[in-house]
Design a protein around this ligand. Structure first.
Ligand code: AMP
Ligand code: MG
Length: 492
């Protein structure tokens, strides 16, 4: 029998109509440890995501009520939940770690939304688990605010991602370099299946578990995929498209370990991530990434490496004969390049307003990026400026823009389109508002004093990143030199 969990209150039972169907909890015991969240001293609401609550068929007002907040903090368990911590392994910065697992996250269950779509509901920062190693199982207010803002911004930007249903404070202090207020993020995702989940079982030569995991991944992400090889092809293609989207937004994930590589092609784990201000392809933010392994420009190669790890896990399922399995798996991993490059070109063509493909397009785009690198032009403002006619101002030497724009206009003419046509398209794909690091830091600093207004303001602006609302102009500005944040920290 599983240990006893905090019971759902009658209120939650009556008011919150969770429809849980916990397919992961039906997998064998070795996939997880069954346990509930550890209750906290004094739950306090930071935010409930109304749009996401509605998507899930949940009542945001009930979530925001004291009983709902208690549930979001882990002090009450919603009806139908079967809480557990998932087992996984992973390569961290290239080093093999045979056992990681949810050290501070509890999967409450899988919500089946009114339209039948299935979502994990997980509490991150919910207390220690058998996978915590030396950690306390908790999350700090700063990292919770960062993940809420950035994951929801990614969603609004059209990038597949885990999402934030709610954030609450715990009323407890956690010990980091300094004492910090504790918080819990209610994370929602179409699954939490990582490359590292496959690695956990592959390392134990548990072919039966790999088979079950393959079925689960196909059911949840790629219902059209045919068997393990089909899964691999689909995961590789999804990863290629995902990384192309990151690149087209100037996003640096920062910790692309295989335990943070999602088999369904979602962005997961918003620890030391950042959107670039001034463009440089070698940019790194994470203070723990000392060798720049996860620099902006390295992301596609790292994604391939991660996919090769997934492929190697699936080998015993792909074909009985090892040589044949390796050949098929290699071909699948090699398909990353085409998926990534195709998606990268599509995204960047649209960013400069092109609707057709021309052989010289990659060079034209690289020429712009090269000028931006040399002059340190702001990534987001340059592309937004291209759409609004103000890009020239982003270059400290205007000639760099002018000479590029001449080539660009010639290319547009070949397509039979005007600059205005191109700008109209570019306006729909080049955001005005991204979660700039200094703004996130500002929201966190205010939250630490109990003022959540900057968090709510930024969050509201990020929900519509392609529309600049009156009064939000300051959110489009790059940091002043004294505001620039050069490193972010791991979210622990
Ligand atoms: P991350 O760097 O967030 O991807 O986490 C890597 C591993 O460390 C995962 O197994 C996490 O569950 C675990 N971990 C991170 N922070 C904590 C913490 N405060 N307590 C326990 N485990 C943690
Ligand atoms: Mg992680």
């Amino acid at each position: 029998m599983p240990p006893s969990f905090p019971r759902p209150t009658a209120y939650l039972e009556a008011m919150l109509h969770f429809t849980f169907d916990n397919s992961y909890a039906r997998l064998p015991d070795r996939f997880y440890a069954r346990l509930g969240p550890t209750p906290v001293a004094a739950p306090g609401l930071i935010a409930v995501n109304e749009g996401l609550a509605a998507r899930l068929g949940l009542d945001a007002a009930v979530l925001a009520a004291p009983e709902g907040v208690a549930m979001l903090a882990g002090n009450a368990t919603p009806p139908g939940a079967e809480p557990l911590a998932q087992a996984y392994a992973g390569h961290q910065f290239g080093n093999w770690v045979p056992q990681l697992g949810d050290g501070r996250a509890i999967l409450l269950g899988e919500i089946v939304a009114p339209d039948g779509a299935r979502f994990d509901l997980q509490l991150k920062g919910a207390g220690p688990t058998p996978f915590s190693r030396r950690g306390d199982g908790r999350a700090g207010l700063g990292p919770v605010i960062r993940e809420y803002l950035v994951s929801e911004a990614m969603h609004a930007l059209g990038v597949p991602t885990t999402r934030a249903l709610a954030a609450v404070t715990t009323g407890e202090e956690i010990q980091r370099e300094t004492p910090l207020p504790g918080a819990v993020l209610a994370r929602v995702a179409t699954s939490h299946l990582r490359v590292g989940t496959f690695q956990f079982f592959a390392a134990r030569q548990d072919t039966e578990a790999l088979r079950l995991l393959t079925d689960q991944a196909i059911a949840r992400h790629y219902p059209q995929a045919d068997g393990p090889l089909g899964l691999l092809h689909a995961a590789v293609a999804a990863q290629g498209r995902l990384v192309a989207q990151w690149m087209a937004l100037g996003f640096i994930h920062g910790v692309m370990n295989t335990d943070n590589a999602h088999v369904g092609g979602l962005t997961i784990d918003y620890g030391p991530c950042a959107f670039m201000d001034d463009y440089h392809p070698a940019r790194v933010f994470s203070s723990i990434d000392r060798f720049g392994r996860y620099a902006y420009q390295n992301q596609p190669q790292i994604a391939v490496w991660n996919m090769a790890q997934l492929a190697s896990c699936l080998l015993p399922l792909i074909a009985p004969e090892r040589e044949a399995a390796i050949e098929a798996a290699t071909e699948a991993v090699n398909a990353f390049a085409a998926a990534y490059e195709g998606a990268w070109l599509d995204r960047f063509r649209a960013k400069i307003g092109l609707t057709t493909a021309d052989e010289g397009d990659a060079d034209l785009i690289q020429s712009l990026l090269g000028r931006m690198t040399t002059l340190g032009a702001d990534f987001t403002r340059t592309f937004r400026g291209l759409a609004t006619g103000q890009a020239r101002a982003e270059f400290t030497e205007a000639e760099a823009w002018d000479t590029w724009a001449t080539d660009w206009q010639a290319r547009l003419a070949r397509e039979g389109r005007t600059v205005a046509d191109a700008q109209a398209l570019a306006l729909t794909v080049n955001p005005a508002i991204i979660p700039r690091n200094h703004r996130i830091e500002e929201a966190i600093a205010a939250a630490l004093t109990g003022d959540y207004a900057p968090f709510h303001r930024l969050n509201a602006a990020l929900a519509a990143p392609f529309t600049l609302r009156d009064g939000d102009e300051d959110l489009t500005l790059p940091p002043r030199p004294e505001e620039a944040v050069r490193t972010t920290f791991c979210g622990t």
